[in-house]
Design a protein around this ligand. Structure first.
Ligand SMILES: NC(=O)CC[C@H](N)C(=O)O
Length: 366
């Protein structure tokens, strides 16, 4: 099946459709990782977006049972240069084409993804639409230009009810704004007694769980679309240690009085160097974000910038100057990507232990 991709600037790419035959629209973003397409396509932070991969051959190890970051993907489309139709890996259960048919996600293969990426890098992230060979491209373009991108993605991807992921260690309330399973895996690995709660949970409801710490997950969209989380964050701040990742980091910044803004084309890849300003150490990090904390807005708050991106100097980490709370813009859980920053989960557990020793809270296994 021949399929077109139409960009809002009028560019038309024509390639081979795969997966579902549905026509979708979405914000087009590119990811530069060489591997990890299964984790990328199932990361809820891409909700509503069409993801293109810059690595030229995708699908060669298929889709397996173990590497999902959520149960069902929320992406609106996937674009690759060359699609591997016959995957070869002992874990593979589906080809990308079979999997996308099952999940009703349209794909496009055989277009020049370098050209597409250069357009995004030049003009910034733009809207795009998939349509069939026979569609009236002028009409699709007009519809695309008029279309508003959704603003309720956190509502779409967050759990509707709380659920436990039991352990014998510290109890962590994990606020699900569109949580990647990798975060839960890292907490479970450290034997945390996790309770995953919906994004609408209030500070009182969280404190009633008697947690030793709180984690703010990653998630899709603009952090300013989640204003209800700011009161919750301020309500628990200082009472229990806090760790936030990506959207969680941006919400922490907003709750502390700093600002966020949309980036031209964001950071999505597996090799973004980030500098820890306290130690001077550089970590290679996994990233997926289109918004960032505005550097100049942090100075007037009680927050401090702890990490910066070496590629563009943007804010990559924050901490509260006095209270036990820190956040990062990148993904210490990796999946996909390097695990250089994995120790941040241990830092969080250490922070909880220290907080407990100070007599504020007694942990189950203390
Ligand atoms: N992975 C994330 O949590 C992304 C955060 C936010 N949706 C952004 O694009 O910046």
């Amino acid at each position: 099946m021949i399929r077109h991709l139409i960009l809002e600037d009028g560019t038309i790419f024509t390639g081979q459709g795969f997966g579902s035959e549905e026509d979708t629209i979405g914000e087009i973003v590119f990811h530069t990782g060489m591997t990890g397409y299964q984790e990328i396509l199932s990361d809820p932070s891409y909700c509503g977006q069409i993801v293109t991969l810059t690595y030229p051959l995708i699908g060669n190890y298929g889709i397996n049972r173990d590497d999902f970051e959520t149960i069902s993907p929320f992406i609106n489309g996937f674009i690759v240069k060359e699609l591997c139709e016959v995957p070869s890996n002992f874990r593979s259960e589906y080809s990308l084409d079979e999997y996308f048919k099952l999940k009703k996600i349209p794909g496009l293969a055989g277009i020049d993804t370098r050209k597409l990426t250069r357009i995004i890098r030049t003009y910034g992230t733009l809207k795009g639409a998939f349509c069939s060979e026979n569609a009236d491209t002028e009409a699709v373009l007009a519809k695309l230009k008029a279309a508003n991108l959704p603003t309720n993605q956190v509502e779409t991807v967050s759990t509707k009810t709380s659920y436990p992921s039991p352990g014998r260690g510290c109890r962590v309330a994990l606020v699900d704004f569109g949580m990647k399973h990798g975060i839960l895996r890292e907490l479970n690995k450290r034997d945390c007694d996790v309770v995953v709660v919906p994004h609408t949970t209030t500070a009182e409801e969280i404190l009633q769980l008697n947690p030793d710490g709180i984690m703010l997950s990653n998630g899709p969209g603009d952090p300013k679309d989640v204003p209800h989380a700011l009161d919750m964050i301020n309500g628990v701040l200082g009472k229990i240690p806090l760790f936030g990742i990506c959207l969680g980091h941006q919400l922490f910044a907003l709750s502390g009085g700093a600002n966020t803004e949309k980036m031209k084309f964001g950071h999505r890849g597996s090799n973004h160097p980030v500098k820890d300003l306290a130690t001077g150490k550089i970590a290679m990090t996994s990233q997926n974000h289109g918004y960032t904390v505005t550097l100049d807005s942090v100075a007037a708050t009680d927050l401090e910038v702890t990490h910066i991106a070496l590629n563009d100097g943007s804010v990559e980490g924050l901490k509260h100057k006095e209270l036990p709370a820190f956040t990062v813009q990148y993904h210490p859980e990796a999946s996909p990507g390097p695990e250089d920053a994995n120790g941040l989960f241990d830092q969080f557990i250490d922070m909880i232990e220290t907080h407990k020793k100070e007599g504020v809270k007694v942990c189950q296994n203390a």
